[in-house]
Design a protein around this ligand. Structure first.
Ligand code: M6R
Length: 608
């Protein structure tokens, strides 16, 4: 939520800031702004709307001279999207400018204190207290003022700060919101995420909680909240620059869907050695794996949906009881984590506020925490006891596709490793499962090649008002993802239901022509789900069935069918999700929605 950037160097800052923001727009896009020091004063330009409004306003940055600046793209929390609420924010004398990602939780109390001292607020944001508080504490020493502010404010923040009186320095501060510093020969940069700096450097420093970076043209220095200098190591980022660009595709989502075979193979192959599954990063001995009594999976959104799939897979293959919860519920429900519980946190960004809080809580309660994360060096990755990375590369579209697919693979690997150690699958069965795993990338490729059929079908349902996704077992898990994908990018109301549960209320919503997408990939449940299809068809529904190749029986019961290649019952989600993603994508296009940046959403949800 919200993206921040900063630059100090020899080049003009504004175009670099705008370029960096364009890579972070997925984090929020209701307004944007930049502030640049021109040698005498800080000048600011900000505007409600997409980044292109700001680019036009500043003639692609040309109107703001200077080689030191900060920028922001906003996802509004406090204060509606507007020019005035956009960042950066100034103190009254315009000598300090601040961009902020996060939430200052005690801002009302601080605002009252500052107002009593004569400070005037112009915006409705929580952020404005930071700039006035900096002004209040600044007596010629910026580091001192910053640490005083850090002791005073509660909540989460990544801050980029300019002081007109310190024109050769860019300040960056972090607590619970992501922030990196990139060092390059042509100047140094700060950003909320790696794609914004890739063009300039691959050497980045991950700022940790309650750390401050003081950045000049040639130098980087890091401090803790007690103003003590600390040493930090840089990390080399291996991502391709092209991976963070559209590369000829119309949308990032389309590109990322097509990157799924690679994301799956990259997540899988390094963990397959001599016909065995080797997950060194797990950091668990065979005794520890055998000692696991229960697995608690915690995540949000689509990551939670992969957790629901994982429950079926881990329970089925490794015979370990699994509980799955959404992080925002888990963290406030006083959960019971008995000895022997392994907690798994799943997150693409590794920065989701609720998932991070759940991780910290689980660690405090004494559980071992394994993270399944895509972004290397993210907060969740760094704080977990061990990390199983999904190697999907940068995912830019707000609607996740390739990270979801890579997460599924991580779970299959984990389930098979646990099953092998605990002796719940035989050697031959394991071999077969591994062969099935290896086939998934080419099977996904095959399904992607079939996109025109799905596009044609989607065109018929562009005006749909309600869509229901139904399935049993693992098919229920995929229904959840299909439904979320559709609603988030097309704004069509949609619900996912366990097929057997439909008749306990929701079936009353089915009327003539209602589209029901039935997932029917679990052979032992075919007949049961077909009965549910018949029930909705009797009430007038039009049924699209997604089923396994060869299950032609389905054609008698449904109106339209899509077949997925054969795999074993545990891995079907990896294939069934592809037509569902394509379906949502084409519906969204047909309705003229902004596929990559759907309304009200942000890619990385770093606030509660
Ligand atoms: O970065 P995370 O995986 O922790 O994000 C979790 C959810 O916010 C995310 O999956 C969200 O639901 C996506 N927009 C779904 O496409």
């Amino acid at each position: 939520m919200c993206g921040i950037v900063g630059y100090i160097g020899e080049s003009q800052a504004a175009p670099i800031l705008l370029d960096g923001l364009s890579k972070l727009e997925y984090r929020g896009y209701d307004s944007a702004g930049i502030a640049v020091f021109d040698g005498g004063q800080i000048n600011m330009s900000k505007a409600k709307g997409r980044l292109k409004v700001l680019s036009e306003l500043t003639h692609d940055g040309a109107t703001l001279p200077g080689t030191l600046g900060i920028g922001h793209t906003r996802w509004a929390t406090h204060g509606a999207p507007s020019d005035i609420n956009s960042h950066p924010h100034f103190n009254e004398s315009k000598s300090i400018a601040v961009v902020h990602n996060g939430i200052i939780e005690n801002y009302i109390k601080i605002k009252k204190m500052l107002e009593a001292k004569g400070y005037k607020f112009v915006s409705d944001t929580d952020t404005e207290v930071v700039v006035h508080l900096l002004d209040y504490y600044y007596k010629g020493n910026a580091l001192e003022a910053i640490t005083k502010v850090m002791h005073r404010v509660e909540g989460s923040y990544a801050l980029g700060i300019l002081f007109a009186e310190e024109p050769d320095k860019l300040y960056a501060v972090r607590k619970d919101s992501p922030l990196i510093v990139g060092k390059s020969e042509n100047g140094n940069v700060i950003a909320s995420d790696v794609p914004a700096v890739l063009k300039y450097t691959r050497d980045v420093y991950f700022i940790d909680n309650e750390e401050i970076a003081i950045i000049s043209k040639e130098d980087l220095k890091f401090y803790n909240v007690y103003e003590e200098e600390i040493q930090k190591e840089s990390v080399k980022i291996e991502w391709d620059v092209e991976a963070a660009e559209k590369g000829g595709y119309e949308h990032f989502m389309l590109k990322e869907m097509h990157e799924q075979p690679k994301a799956v193979a990259d997540t899988l192959n390094p963990r397959l050695k001599d016909g065995k599954i080797v997950i060194d990063e797990l950091n668990m001995t065979e005794e520890e794996i055998n000692a696991v009594k229960k697995i608690m999976i915690v995540a949000c959104g689509s990551a939670y949906h992969t957790g629901v799939t994982a429950k079926y897979v881990l329970e089925g293959l490794a015979r370990i009881p699994v509980e799955v919860d959404v992080a925002s519920e888990f963290r406030y429900r006083n959960p019971i984590l008995e000895e022997g519980t392994l907690v798994i946190i799943i997150s693409q960004s590794g920065e989701t506020a609720d998932s991070l809080a759940a991780l910290r809580m689980a660690k405090e309660m004494g559980s071992k925490v394994l993270a399944i994360v895509n972004v290397v060096g993210s907060s969740i990755a760094r704080e977990a006891d061990s990390v199983l990375y999904t190697w999907a590369g940068p995912e830019i579209a707000v609607a996740t596709t390739k990270a979801y697919s890579a997460q599924l693979i991580a779970h299959y690997l984990l389930a098979l490793k646990f099953a092998e150690v605990r002796g719940t699958v035989s050697e031959d069965e394991l071999k077969d499962y591994i062969e099935d795993l290896k086939r998934i990338p080419e099977q996904i490729e095959l399904l992607l090649g079939n996109r025109e059929k799905i596009q044609k079908f989607a065109n018929r349902y562009v005006a749909a008002k309600d869509v229901f996704f139904i399935g049993r077992g693992i098919d229920y898990a995929i229904s959840l993802e299909g439904s979320l994908k559709l609603k988030e990018i097309s704004y069509i109301h949609s619900e996912a239901y366990a097929a057997g549960e439909l008749k306990h209320g929701t079936i009353s919503l089915i009327e003539d022509g209602t589209l029901v997408v039935a997932l029917v990939t679990q052979e032992e449940l075919y007949k049961k789900t077909i009965s549910n299809i018949v029930e909705v068809k009797t009430r007038g529904a039009f049924v699209l069935a997604v089923t396994n190749a060869g299950n032609t029986e389905i054609e008698k019961a449904s109106d339209y069918s899509i077949y997925i290649p054969k795999t074993n019952k545990y891995f079907t989600n990896s294939l069934a999700v592809i037509p569902l993603q394509l379906f949502s994508y084409y519906i969204s296009i047909g309705r003229g929605c902004d596929v990559d940046k759907p309304r009200n959403l942000a890619k990385s949800v770093t606030v509660e």
